[in-house]
Design a protein around this ligand. Structure first.
Ligand code: IPM
Ligand code: MN
Length: 372
């Protein structure tokens, strides 16, 4: 298959982790005879530094001319601590999502067997957790009208949703549930918010057209608690933009590190793949950031284009790296230092030599190979 992929490494650890994802895609291309072409463009704080805009026109044009986008991370502390900054890196990502119509953000959350003990949560509560969060991505409070009074003492952000915005992602969530455990949980705040009550109404109606899927409702405050107490009760979680942002970071605790969570942002025409984590500026250029979220985002890219076998190999390689504790410091408690690049090299190596025995990989872990 021929794919033109735009790579937006972005800020902080973005370039380091994205480089590992590109490496695994190149390995897949060479193993399976695909033709993946990569073009790079600026976005975020580095784009502001270079061009004055967080999403330069050329970047948007390149994204629109490609089949898929692989995105790293966005954000820089110099903007976080300056609430009066008019131009912010995050605007680039929000504008990109809106311009490309990426309304559905799919965030899988899994408890990996080999990492269960890395989570601060109890083994018996999280073992077997497998959730798919469907977060609405181009509406709600993120994109509603923003106001700041002239005296600077009053501010507001409007949370607005239309039936169309709710139903298009709801259909995707129900369809996903049909090939999973056949349950959708709508997370909202319908006891307080009018917009949430519209979500309940529309999702209930749509739910009736998927009789094989069980629809449940949870208020977001309760959902936040249930995610920690009993995450195994969830299959597909459907929710609006802001709630989805918050509960997906929370859910990352189940897997043991936010550095593991990948995502796909899908629209009618375009698709973008990105880790859910931020730019982790403290780790920039230190080769310590976990590249797995980015590598698994690359696997979601492959899956999106029907390259299921290829995606599975990446997922298997990732699980192997966990089994052998070839993991970055956020997960590794052993005294062998494993870098971002080491993890990427291991995944690449596994893709290129899938038939090698476990023994060889064990040797790698023990430091008997040149890889580490
Ligand atoms: C995410 C991020 C973004 C969001 C930021 C960087 C704008 O936190 O993708 O979850 O809030 O959507
Ligand atoms: Mn977030």
């Amino acid at each position: 298959m021929k794919l033109n992929i735009t790579v937006l490494p972005g800020d902080g650890i973005g370039p380091e982790v994205t480089a590992q994802a590109v490496k695994s895609l190149k390995a897949i291309a060479s193993e399976f005879g695909h033709n993946f072409r990569f073009k790079y463009a600026l976005m975020g704080a580095e784009a502001i530094d270079a061009t004055g805009s967080p999403l330069p026109k050329e970047t948007l044009a390149l994204c629109k001319s490609s089949d898929a986008i692989l995105f790293g991370a966005i954000g820089d502390p110099k903007y976080d601590n300056d609430p009066s900054a008019k131009i912010r890196p995050e605007q680039g990502l929000l504008e990109l999502r809106k311009s490309l119509g990426l309304f559905a953000n799919i965030r899988p959350v899994k408890a990996y067997d080999n990492l269960i003990d890395k989570s601060p949560l109890k083994r018996e509560n999280i073992e077997g957790t497998d959730i798919s969060i469907y977060r609405e991505l181009t509406g709600g409070i993120y994109f509603g009208e923003k106001k700041l009074s002239e005296d600077g003492n009053t501010a507001s952000d409007l949370c607005e949703y239309s039936r169309m915005e709710i139903s298009r992602i709801a259909h995707l969530a129900f369809k996903a549930a049909q090939s999973r455990k056949k349950k959708v949980t709508l997370v909202d705040k319908a006891n307080v918010l009018e917009s949430s009550r519209l979500w309940r109404k529309v999702v209930t109606e749509i739910g009736e057209t998927y009789p094989d899927v069980n629809l449940e409702f949870l208020f977001v405050d309760n959902a936040a608690m249930q995610l920690i107490l009993n995450p195994k009760q969830f299959d597909v979680i459907l929710t609006e933009n802001m709630f989805g942002d918050i509960i997906s970071d929370e859910a990352s605790v189940i897997g043991g590190s936010i550095g593991l969570l990948a995502s796909a942002s899908i629209g009618k025409k375009y698709a973008l793949f990105e880790p859910i984590h931020g730019s982790f500026p403290q780790a920039k250029n230190k080769d310590i950031a976990n590249p797995i979220a980015s590598i698994l985002s690359a696997a979601m890219l492959l899956e999106h284009f029907g390259l299921v076998k290829e995606a599975k190999i990446i997922q298997k390689a990732v699980e192997k790296s966990m089994e052998l504790a070839i993991t970055t410091p956020d997960l590794n408690t052993s005294n062998i230092q494993v870098t971002t690049t080491n993890v990427g090299d291991f995944i690449e190596d596994y893709i290129l030599h899938p038939k090698d025995s476990d023994l060889n990989f064990t040797n790698i872990h023990l430091g008997q190979s040149t890889i580490i």
